[in-house]
Design a protein. Structure first.
Length: 470
């Protein structure tokens, strides 16, 4: 059966080489590809039902959206948006329900944005000049309006946001906010491409996704085959095992992101846990996939078990690069079970003080850990070179700070903290003002730390669909 599937897919690849770079076959518990009597690939849905459509394998069918999805997740296509007759530039029309247009978001411009700004100004959310440009001030005003009116706070003026904004019942900034209702989806999955972390949030009492439930190290798509940025709604398709015929590899616990990409475990050469490709495990925390989001088996299973169809998924690039934090989420591999070991408890921090600075120096480089790394990070932070998490682990953020320090001090710039670099680092007083306190170490996170705020996410509407999987 698998031979037939492989030949069939190979033929399609030959016919459509420009639009199909990779695909995935769903498999059952025994690793058998799920095909119906016509040879088409079956999909296991969340409710256990099976649907048959070989086209879905190749991303030609759009993801299934729940009834009445939130406005920023509607599958808008710019060619399908209703035509809006532009208003004369010298006259901004009175805001009415008829003013509702297509999806408006950061970077848009035109009369529709001008109408939006005018209405926001009337309600007390927007105090700047009406420019017709949707940028930070407008985005902040939309977010404030959404929060005040019990809507999903994403800074995007979608259909529901605009309908509320131009209605007679819109709550102005000066009034008491409405009580938000709980979102339909229990979780939001936020994939931080910059730091290779997938975070699961649930909603708070106000209906905002601010409660951090789980943090998971991952591997997203490479620069050549990136994981598409934007926001999607999780489709129903999922499977216990999946097979990537182009690469001859398998993965566990597949859950769709869009029509072409999925969350899934690290890779295997066969559909059993004893055939783990350890290189895919070692690569967690770096961009290695063909568009999918690879996770540890436990994390992939958590998403498979807990995130139903309709779960919100946002893929974004963070403004903060903090690989040291990412690596606190990376487990070690159990050589006997070929599963990840539990993350260790955080190591207590030593007291940061000159008398505890290293007296002898070893060469510190990428992957080094220990109290001397902690002291280097604290000293670099004190001098203004390092802004990441203080973890005692030496990775990209520490290396970049060391390079900057080396450059400023006339040293060979290699990013490694050797004897000469450390002797100068700990031998000078620095330029800190005398009354500046020493930096507080950033706590090493546990796998599920208590949340304090929502992630810095700039979601789009629907992520452009890639044709890559894996």
């Amino acid at each position: 059966m698998r031979t037939f599937s492989f030949l069939f897919l190979t033929l399609l690849l030959f016919i459509f080489p420009s639009c199909i770079a990779e695909t995935v076959l769903w498999e059952d518990e025994n690793g058998s590809v799920l095909l119906d009597e016509n040879g088409e690939i079956n999909f296991i849905s969340v409710d256990g039902s099976v649907s048959s459509s070989v086209l879905e394998t190749f991303g030609t069918v759009a993801p299934v959206f729940p009834s009445e999805p939130e406005e920023s997740f509607l599958p808008y296509d710019e060619n399908d948006l209703p035509e809006v007759t532009p208003a004369p530039t010298e006259v901004v029309p009175e805001p009415t329900a008829a003013s509702v247009s297509g999806l408006l978001r950061y970077g848009d411009s035109g009369d529709a944005v001008a109408r939006l700004q005018t209405r926001l100004a009337e309600l007390g959310y927007y105090s700047a000049k009406v420019t017709g440009g949707y940028y930070k001030v407008t985005q902040s005003a939309v977010r404030a309006f959404q929060k005040q009116n019990g809507l999903l706070v994403d800074g995007i003026a979608g259909r529901k946001t605009q309908e509320c904004l131009f209605s007679d019942t819109a709550v102005p900034a000066s009034a008491a906010p409405v009580t938000a209702t709980a979102p339909t989806a229990k979780y939001l999955l936020a994939v931080d491409i910059t730091n290779q972390i997938t975070r699961a949030y649930t909603y708070d009492e106000q209906g905002n996704y601010s409660v951090l439930v789980r943090e998971m190290i991952c591997s997203t798509g490479t620069t050549k085959n990136p994981t598409p940025l934007g926001t999607t709604v999780m489709p129903k398709s999922r499977a216990r095992w999946g097979y990537f015929p182009t690469w001859g590899s398998h993965a566990q616990y597949l859950t769709r992101i869009d029509s072409a990409n999925a969350f899934h475990s690290v890779l295997y050469s066969h559909p059993n846990e004893k055939s783990l490709a350890t290189s895919s495990f070692d690569a967690l925390g770096t961009r290695q996939s063909h568009g999918c989001v690879r996770l540890t088996v436990s994390d992939a299973k958590w998403i498979y078990d807990n995130c139903e169809a309709g779960t919100l998924i946002t893929v974004y690039e963070s403004d903060v690069y903090d690989p040291e934090y990412t690596m606190t989420l990376k487990p070690t591999l159990n050589a006997q079970t070929l599963r990840e070991n539990p993350l260790p408890e955080p190591t207590p921090y030593p007291v940061y003080a000159p008398e505890n600075w290293p007296k002898s120096y070893r060469t510190l480089r990428n992957g080094s850990t220990g109290q001397d790394v902690f002291m280097v990070q604290m000293r670099l932070a004190e001098l203004g070179y390092y802004h990441g998490s203080i973890t005692g682990g030496y990775y990209g953020g520490t290396a970049a700070a060391v390079k900057a320090f080396q450059k400023d001090n006339g040293l060979s710039v290699d990013g490694m903290a050797g004897k000469q670099t450390q002797s100068i680092l700990f031998g000078q007083s620095g330029d800190m003002p005398s009354d500046s306190p020493l930096p507080e170490p950033t706590p090493t996170p546990s796998p599920s730390p208590a949340p304090t705020s929502t992630p810095t996410v700039e979601p789009g509407s629907i992520a452009p669909f890639s044709e890559t999987v894996g």
